[in-house]
Design a protein. Structure first.
Length: 489
């Protein structure tokens, strides 16, 4: 028999019994469950504080809201654990806390409306908190359904053009409907039928993000072609600006036909951010900024409702009892809240019109103060950062652009909402994601969350282990063995 061959230089000797198997990768789902429990505790305690401040008895109504909240997000956690095991553990708990805080504020405003109705000897309106729980449940159905049905988010790239066409149709439907079926508070952004109403623009923005992500991946050479250099920037060629001009025309059309400044601004800015991420060229940002300025000047000179919003933004107290009432009351509420707020249930947020929808940020600032409002904004910032981190970590270009677009649309929408409420920019009519009252917004944002969790799952999942194919016999290594003397080998 031949002696065992000495180990090659640099080889690591195998220990007796072989190596231990590698530990399974951590999914961090228990961390998510713990954070969801913390969000449930914060929400329940906040509901109790509202009842105590309003001198209300702790009734089964509070227990019902808390139990529904726990059940809904418990189902969402189980769906993530089963169908997106490696997803980011912070995304769902952040949304749960934001949704819970919105539920608390809507319940608090329900109590204020009830008191106002009693003082005015009017019928007590039905509480919107129960309706918000129902919309949250439907949102969970959409969320869970997407996690189950969408096994690989990359299949969306195959249908990018179809989804983009559906998004454009959804944007156009309110514009062609009669005013009685689409117009609310001057904006034609609804589809209103007996017993049913929906805001299709909320869903259109997600479909258009998918469309733009697919187009930017498929036509990347078109957007990265070299153009003229101006002030150190490489501007795009004139013949390559067709897609950007098409987006600009669509957004101006939404502004003109539907009087919806918020949606048009949100779509255009999101596309501009995705275009910069795909090309890394400042020239596209410069061109987009110029087009945005041209659109604003055109709208200001052509449409009276845009001029009214700008004048109200510049001089909110000039027409306090009419156009300036909303923003003035919002500023008064934020000033009343100060640093630490009046406390949950102790302020007067119902004095602000549309406090449950457009101006819920003002209600947060009044009752939780600058500290509470900063905490809420920090939650949104963490959500956006985790979304951008997902975009960096995922391996395919479509996933990168999709995750970045979904994260940026939340960031831009939050900036537009908070900027309008605090008089930083003119009011646009957008709602705060996951916090404001409304069914269309909740359903669309939970669909957005499901897509982001799917991309995060793919980004954080360990790379599949590829089995090494056995070497052909002809390529197997050979070794010459000397026959020992006086015997056979």
């Amino acid at each position: 028999m031949s002696a065992p061959a000495p180990p090659s230089a640099g080889a690591f000797p195998s220990p007796p019994g072989g190596f231990a198997p590698a530990p399974p990768p951590s999914t961090r789902r228990n961390v998510e469950l713990l954070l969801l429990g913390l969000a449930a505790v914060v929400t329940t305690v906040s509901l109790v504080l509202v009842e105590a401040s309003q001198e209300q008895a702790i009734t089964w109504e509070i227990a019902k809201l808390g139990a529904a909240y726990l059940a809904l997000f418990g189902v969402a956690h189980l769906a993530v654990r089963r169908f997106a095991a490696f997803a980011d553990p912070l995304l769902l708990p952040i949304v749960a806390l934001l949704n819970g805080l919105g539920l608390v504020l809507i319940h608090r405003l329900d109590l204020a409306e009830k008191q106002d109705a009693i003082f005015a000897s009017q019928p007590i309106p039905s509480p919107d908190a129960n309706q918000q729980v129902l919309w949250t449940g439907l949102g969970m159905v959409v969320f869970t359904g997407l996690l189950i049905l969408l096994r690989d988010y990359r299949t969306l790239a195959r249908y990018a053009y179809t989804l983009g066409l559906i998004g454009l149709v959804l944007l156009a439907i309110p514009a062609i409907l009669p005013d009685r079926f689409s117009q609310v508070n001057g904006a034609k952004i609804w589809i209103r039928l007996p017993g049913f109403s929906v805001q299709p623009g909320e869903f259109a923005k997600i479909l258009l993000i998918i469309f733009f992500a697919g187009v930017l991946v498929a036509k990347r050479d078109l957007f990265t072609a070299a153009g003229k250099h101006v002030f150190g920037m490489e501007l795009p060629r004139a013949r390559d600006m067709g897609p950007m001009l098409a987006v600009w025309i669509v957004c101006v059309g939404v502004l003109v036909l539907e009087k919806d400044l918020g949606t048009s601004l949100l779509i255009f800015c999101t596309v501009l951010c995705m275009l910069y991420i795909a090309t890394e060229r400042v020239g596209w940002v410069a061109v987009g900024t110029i087009l945005l300025a041209i659109g604003f000047v055109f709208a200001y000179n052509a449409f009276g409702h845009v001029r009214v919003r700008v004048e109200t933004w510049l001089h909110p107290f000039a027409d306090y009892n009419n156009t300036g009432y909303q923003i003035s009351q919002s500023l008064f509420g934020l000033a009343t809240g100060g640093l630490a707020g009046t406390g949950l249930g102790s302020g007067r947020p119902s004095q602000v019109p549309f406090a449950k929808t457009d101006f819920i940020i003002s209600a947060i600032g009044e009752e939780l103060g600058l500290i509470g409002l900063a905490a809420v904004l920090m939650l949104f910032c963490v959500f956006v950062i985790r979304g951008l981190r997902t975009a960096i970590a995922v391996r395919d270009s479509f996933g990168k652009l999709l995750a970045a677009g979904l994260a940026f649309t939340i960031a831009i929408q939050l900036f537009v909402v908070v900027g309008g409420v605090t008089k930083l920019i003119p009011l646009t009519g957008l709602t705060t994601p996951f916090v404001s009252y409304g069914g269309s917004s909740l359903l669309a944002n939970y669909a957005l969350l499901a897509l982001l969790i799917k991309v995060s799952d793919a980004a954080r999942a360990p790379a599949p282990v590829r089995k090494r194919a056995p070497e052909p016999l002809a390529d197997a290594p050979t070794e010459m063995v000397r026959r020992p003397k006086g015997g056979t080998a």
